[in-house]
Design a protein around this ligand. Structure first.
Ligand code: ARG
Length: 602
């Protein structure tokens, strides 16, 4: 709808230019926003304010001329001038109802991609295998997964790449330790953090061990079969820990998505040679570096991208260059998104620039660092256990589920969750007899709520901000939280259950929009496609979270003011039921795009 309004304005501008009201050669970016207050219509544009000066007219005067020049459109019922010269557009209720009918008839709710489909590489999770996965990788995993799901839904071809850190000098130490005490199973290596620390301790204490470790790195990198075997074993076990986290989180990542740093090992000499051939390399203290004029440190000294150390070893950036080349030449990506800590922003800016100058990526390939902030503890410092250790992700998820179960039980002291009875029931309609749930149900629900709460708390914050991890807040049934939204959806399901129907059923009647609360809900429902597109374009799931939260709130008021089951006329009941079904399906789809597990009852 915003696009069609933009188009109408464009036509009016063309006409006013032809009539000499506007000077030739103006190409303003036409902005159209959703209004906050429905008394100002549904959409607003500041175009008259922007063009008043070049047109040499007062904004309100130009606004009047624009309105007169706007072509008629059946989906716009009226256009008004507000304040200093804003144009407010009111959408026609019948046209809006038609759009919602089309969404209801479509398994994708009328959502299509605004631009042509692309092949998109999503670089996500990417933990270092030497250590336990930590909370930083939790953010990358959750946000990357939500955006990948959204791109998928819009019809892009998504290639997930888990760029794990499985190569580097720390592996010598781990292999030496592994030689001393062979491990056979994931259980033996149950605590990677512990294993890593024990190896490091021996490395620091024993010169003999340290020498052996250094020798093993060289052998490993030279392809020694025994070293390779041990290394392989270590990675398998370590990756199985990661997989456990992915499965618990319900994240769409599997072994086939892993393409770690080691996969690019053989390409690294070529990368350096190619940079040399392009004349991009210079030597600095024996290291091979790329210097670019725009990149300097605080003292104004040139800042290098180091691609090979004096001892011949390669670096993180070298591998990223090789990965970019692979993603361009082999995967033929149109777009590559990196879900990596914001603190690596400079690394990516510089690496992207080197890749472009070296021609490692095709000119049309978009490279975007989707940086994120830090997840902090209550003290505002990076999240740690009480004794200051790193928090194991599995423990964190266990705790979230246990706390969710406790919350669910306080909502229902008899450990019986009754159909539609949890939290506040705003409805004036009578509930059906309670559906009694057993213990296994409450465990399942606690899992969806607990894991969903952790994921949603992360996704609902602006990606680049730091945030404070807080179980109580994320498990609250009030506010912009997973429990609130999951519960809002179950309430819609329960309306349909009362009629022996489901939200996905074909329903009789047509949507007609009459009451104010119907209008507000309908206008919000019509924004879903635009919101999903924004998430895909900018990698910002929080936009979808806010949308779903607002939608659930509008549904609640609608349900309070516009009775469904008690509606007097059949046509009105049918129309409202259709609105409820579309709301339910939109909430469900939205939650799925975020990677949450929607529930039918809680
Ligand atoms: N393993 C890295 C880390 O833990 C993240 C890798 C991100 N992806 C990439 N292509 N550099 O910091």
């Amino acid at each position: 709808m915003k696009d069609s309004i933009r188009h109408l304005i464009q036509q009016a501008l063309t006409r006013l230019t032809a009539e000499g009201v506007l000077p030739e050669g103006l190409t303003p970016a036409i902005q159209v926003e959703n209004t906050k207050d429905k008394s100002h219509g549904d959409f607003a544009s500041n175009i008259a304010l922007m063009l008043a000066k070049p047109a040499g007219r007062k904004p309100r005067e130009l606004a009047e001329q624009l309105i007169a020049a706007l072509p008629a459109d059946p989906s716009v019922s009226k256009v008004e001038i507000a304040g200093p010269g804003f144009l407010n557009f009111f959408q026609n209720s019948d046209a809006l109802a038609e759009r919602l009918e089309a969404a209801l008839a479509d398994s994708k709710l009328g959502v299509t991609k605004a631009e042509a489909p692309q092949r998109v590489v999503v670089d996500l999770s990417s933990p270092n295998l030497a250590k336990e996965m930590h909370v930083g990788h939790l953010r990358s995993t959750i946000i990357g997964d939500a955006v990948a799901r959204t791109l998928d839904f819009l019809g892009d071809e998504v290639i997930r790449q888990n760029h794990v850190g499985d190569w580097g000098t720390q592996f010598g130490m781990l292999l030496a330790f592994l030689q001393d005490q062979p491990v056979d199973s994931a259980a033996d290596l149950g605590d990677l953090e512990h294993f890593y620390r024990a190896a490091k301790k021996r490395f620091d204490e024993s010169a003999g061990f340290a020498d052996r470790a250094r020798g093993l790195v060289v052998k490993l990198q030279a392809g020694d079969p025994e070293c390779r075997r041990l290394w392989q074993r270590f990675n398998e076990i370590s990756l199985s820990h990661c997989q456990e986290v992915y499965d618990r989180l319900g994240v769409q990542l599997g072994p086939a998505d892993v393409r770690g740093e080691s996969a690019y090992n053989a390409d690294l000499p070529q990368i350096v040679a190619a940079l040399e051939a392009k004349g991009l390399l210079s030597e600095s203290d024996g290291a091979q570096c790329v210097f670019m004029d725009e990149y300097q440190n605080a003292e104004g000294k040139p800042l290098p991208v180091i691609v090979q150390k004096a001892d011949g070893g390669y670096l993180y950036a070298t591998t990223d260059l090789a990965a970019m080349r692979y993603r361009s030449q082999t995967l033929k990506a149109d777009r590559v998104l990196y879900f990596v800590d914001q603190r690596q922003a400079l690394h990516f800016q510089m690496a992207f620039e080197v890749a472009r100058r070296a021609g490692f990526v095709h000119a049309g390939m978009e490279l975007e660092h989707m940086g994120f902030g830090t997840m902090n503890g209550a003290d505002g410092r990076p999240f740690k256990t009480r004794d200051g250790g790193t928090v194991k992700l599995i423990d964190l998820l266990d705790e979230a589920e246990a706390k969710a179960e406790a919350v669910l039980r306080t909502k229902n002291p008899k450990t019986v969750v009754q159909n539609g009875q949890l939290g506040h029931e705003h409805s004036r309609e009578k509930s059906p007899p309670p559906a009694v749930m057993g213990k296994s149900d409450i465990k399942e629900i606690a899992k969806a709520v607990g894991i969903g709460a952790v994921k949603y708390a992360d996704l609902s914050k602006h990606r680049t901000s730091d945030y404070i991890f807080n179980y109580e807040q994320m498990l609250s049934f009030e506010g912009n939280t997973a429990p609130y939204l999951l519960y809002a959806l179950t309430r819609i399901h329960s309306i349909f259950r009362k009629l022996n129907k489901q939200i996905s059923d074909a329903l009789p009647g047509r949507i007609t929009i009459q009451a104010e609360h119907e209008q507000a809900l309908a206008a919000k429902l019509a924004q879903f496609a635009e919101v999903v597109n924004a998430v895909a374009a900018k990698g910002t799931p929080h936009v979808l979270c806010s949308y779903l939260y607002e939608l659930a709130g509008l549904f609640s008021s609608f349900y309070e003011h516009c009775p469904i089951l008690a509606a007097e006329e059949a046509a009105v009941q049918q129309s409202r039921l259709r609105l409820a079904a579309l709301t339910g399906r939109t909430l469900k789809q939205g939650l799925e795009l975020l990677g949450l597990s929607p529930l039918e009852r809680m």
